[in-house]
Design a protein around this ligand. Sequence first.
Ligand code: TYC
Length: 107
Amino acid sequence: MSANKDKPDGTDGGLALAERTQTKKPALYRVIMLNDDYTPMEFVVLILQRFFGHNTQTAQKIMLHVHQKGVGVCGVYTYEVAETKINQVMTFARQNEHPLQLQMEKE
Ligand code: TYC
């Protein structure tokens, strides 16, 4: 069976669907963080470390990017993982009474 690596779109360009191994890659989604005037910078850095696995230096860089540009990417995931992370972070932010907003965006 083809490994489906013959063409950049992941198809092999010729074999019938039933004859080839189905290895279609899942769609990916960016988790986007939005700036606001109230959420403390340290809280945003903590979120980026705890929920998105960034080290302190990268987390500070992403936080400052969002603070200055208004929006930034926390990470890229499958739909279900992105949705779960957004729900977990928004819940944690609300528990701490911060208005932090995250959104999902297809890659
Ligand atoms: N702008 C916030 C402040 O000055 C910090 C902040 C950064 C808030 C990123 C949200 O997604 C955010 N305290």
